[in-house]
Design a protein around this ligand. Structure first.
Ligand SMILES: [Ca+2]
Ligand SMILES: [Ca+2]
Length: 70
């Protein structure tokens, strides 16, 4: 299993295959060490490509490439 998949599954607390807004808030606080509420809204706006208000694995990958992988 690759690292991104592990990360995604770790933050997908209810294992429904999506990072919800609540799950995203925790992800932001843990991974980016920023206040989750405002930042998660920005991330949703930027990376929720199909506008379902959740982050799927493809969207998470795009986010990770921008913010997590140097
Ligand atoms: Ca979830
Ligand atoms: Ca989405």
């Amino acid at each position: 299993m690759d690292k991104l998949e592990e990360l995604f599954e770790f933050f997908d607390k209810n294992s429904d295959g999506y990072i919800s807004k609540m799950e995203l808030i925790e992800l932001v606080e843990v991974l980016l060490n920023e206040k989750g509420l405002g930042k998660s809204s920005h991330i949703l706006k930027e990376f929720d490509f199909n506008h379902d208000s959740k982050i799927d694995f493809d969207e998470f990958t795009a986010f990770a490439k921008m913010h997590l992988i140097k």
